[in-house]
Ligand binder design. Structure first.
Ligand SMILES: NC(=O)c1ccc[n+]([C@@H]2O[C@H](COP(=O)([O-])OP(=O)(O)OC[C@H]3O[C@@H](n4cnc5c(N)ncnc54)[C@H](O)[C@@H]3O)[C@@H](O)[C@H]2O)c1
Length: 389
């Protein structure tokens, strides 16, 4: 099999490996059999229509190994990351006659991975799940940690992100870096935003040099330079794996530096603006809507500004995060935001809300962050003002 770096996610009897390397999808069948401890008779591949060549490599590998591979195609969008799509995957599994030992294999970005994983958690009350992430964001974040789910539509017609789902750890994650060569520039930089988020938590998880490393390698990463990409994905997956091992179900108390909730750094801001369909990161009408990672990048800057005004961190930290995001090609301001009161109301519909209060993960120093329960409205507004163009 081709060389790969393997990162274990140690969760007792649900321990699994994240394999990171090149051309791993051509070996999908053998790697799935190794991970499961048996060769499945059949499988359902949940295929991202944007990742066709990569899906084909997985299908070829499965059929060459004599595994009966069924397939359902999904065109990913937050508007279609729904219960209806989840139901279609379940029905495809039933039509294919999948049994308890037959895995559901996701090949695609974070949306396909989240929906397929949720279906794997529910079909016959749980079948094995394998994730082959094909976007940078899904490699470093969505595919690792077992959070699966779909969006719900609230009575006003807006989307509530990831409001229904399940924890269902995969049996294997196959991160094939070759898949990133077909990814467009905006989705690549979106993934880099989640890597910046991880680096902003890294000192609390034993990797204090991660932010500086990103700064030094920003140009190489923008060029997809192989050695830099290998290190980036490996380091980022390691961070995610350590956090998940520490607090799999996100139960750690507010204030803990090691809780899974800290991975939401920037996300309460991001989730408030991500569903606003007219927001364009470049100001060009064709560049709507915001991608998840672009919203996260803006959210990281807003979180720094909120933290600075409450005295949690030095104001210069926000400036250095902004300059890193700019260097990586991400937007740091956005035009067309609603007013602050509406944005705070949107934050209240986020699923992280506790007893009607907005809970925010805020940076405390480079590489460190904490979950804060009682952030004043004026400080949140300062965050929004910082990214308003
Ligand atoms: N479960 C988790 O822990 C977790 C963590 C972070 C994000 N997420 C979720 O992940 C989703 C975002 O994921 P995403 O950024 O991967 O977006 P996405 O799934 O929408 O994929 C982005 C686009 O890239 C296309 N694509 C996929 N692979 C490709 C490839 N190799 N080449 C060319 N195009 C390709 C897709 O068709 C899609 O158009 C959000 O819904 C977010 O909520 C989940």
């Amino acid at each position: 099999m081709p060389d790969s770096t393997t990162i274990p996610v140690r969760l007792g009897d649900r321990t699994y490996e994240v394999a990171i390397g090149r051309d791993l999808l051509a070996q999908a069948a053998a790697r799935v059999s190794d991970a499961l401890g048996y060769t499945p008779t059949k499988t359902l591949v949940v295929a991202d229509t944007g990742a066709r060549p990569h899906v084909d490599r997985v299908m070829d590998s499965l059929s060459q190994a004599g595994i009966e591979a069924h397939r359902i195609d999904i065109t990913p969008a937050e508007r279609t990351k729904t219960i209806a799509t989840f139901a279609c995957v379940l029905e495809a599994a039933a039509s294919a006659g999948l049994e308890r030992t037959n895995p559901i294999i996701a090949v695609g970005g974070g949306i396909v991975g989240d929906v397929a994983g949720f279906a794997a958690s529910a079909y016959r009350r749980g079948v094995p799940s394998v994730v082959c992430p094909t976007t940078l964001l899904s490699m470093v974040d969505a595919s690792v940690g077992g959070k699966t789910g779909v969006n719900l539509t609230c009575p006003t017609g807006g989307l509530i992100k990831n409001m229904a789902g399940a924890f269902h750890q995969p049996s294997l994650v196959l991160a094939d870096l070759l898949t990133l060569t077909t990814l467009d520039a905006r989705h690549l930089t979106s993934g880099l935003a989640e890597c910046v988020k991880h680096a902003m938590l890294s000192a609390d998880h034993g990797d204090p040099g991660a932010l500086e490393w990103l700064r030094l390698h920003a140009d190489a990463l923008a060029q997809l330079e192989p050695a830099a990409m290998d290190s980036l994905v490996t380091r980022s997956v390691q961070l995610k794996a350590r956090v998940v091992e520490h607090d799999e179900r996100e139960l750690a108390a507010a204030g803990s530096a090691h809780g899974r909730a800290t991975l939401n750094l920037g996300h309460t801001f991001a989730h408030a603006i991500e569903p606003i369909e007219h927001l364009s990161p470049t100001g060009k009408p064709g560049d709507v809507p915001l991608h998840h990672g672009e919203a996260v990048g803006l959210g990281l800057i807003a979180a720094c500004a909120t933290a600075a005004i409450t005295g949690l961190c030095d104001p210069s930290y926000g400036d250095s995060v902004s300059s890193l995001l700019t260097h990586l090609g991400l937007p740091i301001r956005i035009a067309g935001l609603p007013d602050n009161a509406e944005l705070r109301a949107r934050m209240l519909s986020d699923k992280k809300v506790a007893q009607g209060a907005i809970r925010l993960v805020l940076p405390t120093a480079p590489g460190s962050a904490r979950l804060i329960d009682d952030c004043p409205a004026e400080a949140i507004d300062a965050g929004w003002d910082r990214i308003r163009a």
